[in-house]
Write a protein that binds this ligand. Structure first.
Ligand code: AVI
Length: 322
């Protein structure tokens, strides 16, 4: 039971997730969504600029190089909803190409108000765009956009950056099916997926030599200290990136470098870590092009086109709701 006195609703669910995840009898886990507080979001932005992390640049190359071609395959006019817009930087070229063709309403959907503000600054000067930011969970925000659609105007949903890879496969399948259920036949989804690549390349992307990804991961314990009165000593945990070849995913863990007991006051929890025991904090699945086609089919879409970056294997996939 978590003491609810003086906890905000957000703190209560954060505390409950921490309590469940760290009390597991086997592998301890924390949900990766908590990596993204203000500090974590800034660190993630730095990750996207690291030479070892080619994912974001690959997607930017595809969107820049093929914006006209992508737009030519879409109906006009349409409304754009972006799930997790981040700064809006990589979407800019695509939005420009859409707005040249037709005035376009753009709904960035983000739980972070700071990201929404950044996104408005980044794309607000595009001619003929109207921006309506929604501070919501992805599917709640999308449901709102879909409910407000006028005269059957088609929707383009953007889910970029291979964020789908942070869901485990059953959760990804559920998410895509729910997303599809909010759409009408003919609506489009542009989905970014990071592709399989040599294991050393993947591992370097999630364990960079200057330690930005380590800081991003450790910040989760810092956040528990700050927001839930935790007592983690960050120097007693190490960032670890592992590749699981069967699941085809890279995993981030935080490994306790000694036996220790940690109290987290607002989660009403005192938890023991053995030396070498880890907390699993994130998975990032890597796909084949065939995986993406299968996912489209099993969630009620057909894959209209795939654009692949060969410098950093990454695919931008245009799916049409059937
Ligand atoms: C947001 N997401 C797609 C990133 C990824 O590559 O899985 C998060 C990340 N974690 C560590 N580095 C980047």
């Amino acid at each position: 039971m978590i003491a609810s006195r003086e906890l905000t609703i957000f703190e209560q669910s954060f505390a409950a997730d921490v309590q469940v995840g760290l009390s597991r009898s086997g592998q301890k886990e924390l949900p990766s969504k908590y990596l993204y507080d203000t500090v974590g979001s800034r660190l993630f932005d730095v990750i996207t600029a690291l030479p070892e992390y080619g994912l974001t640049r690959a997607e930017e190359r595809i969107l820049r190089g093929h914006a006209a071609e992508i737009v030519a395959r879409l109906q006009a006019p349409l409304t754009v909803a972006e799930l997790g817009s981040g700064s809006g930087q990589k979407t800019r070229g695509l939005l420009e190409a859409l707005c040249v063709r037709h005035p376009t309403a753009y709904y960035p959907i983000e739980i972070s108000p700071a990201a929404l503000a950044m996104c408005r600054r980044e794309v607000g000067d595009i001619q003929a765009i109207s921006i309506l930011g929604l501070e919501r969970d992805y599917l709640d925000g999308l449901a709102e956009v879909a409910a407000a659609r006028r005269h059957g105007k088609p929707l383009l949903v953007l889910f970029l950056g291979s964020t789908i890879g942070n869901f485990d496969p059953p959760a990804a399948a559920n998410f895509l099916q729910e997303l599809r259920s909010l759409l009408q036949p003919g609506d489009a989804l542009l989905l970014g997926t990071d592709l399989e690549k040599p294991v050393p390349v993947v591992l370097a992307a999630y364990d960079d030599p200057i330690g930005v990804t380590a800081a991003f991961n450790l910040n989760l314990l810092g956040r528990i200290n700050r927001e839930l009165d935790g007592h983690f000593d960050l120097a007693e945990f190490d960032h670890v990136a592992r590749f699981d070849p069967t699941a085809r995913r890279v995993e981030m863990h935080l490994r306790s470098n000694r036996r220790q007991r940690i109290a987290i006051e607002k989660a009403d929890l005192s938890v023991t870590f053995e030396e070498g025991e880890t907390i699993w904090t994130e998975s990032s699945h890597k796909y084949s092009l065939a995986d993406v086609l299968r996912m489209a089919q099993s969630s009620g879409f057909r894959c209209e086109a795939q654009w692949v970056d060969h410098e950093w294997p990454f695919a931008e996939n245009l799916w049409i709701a059937e």
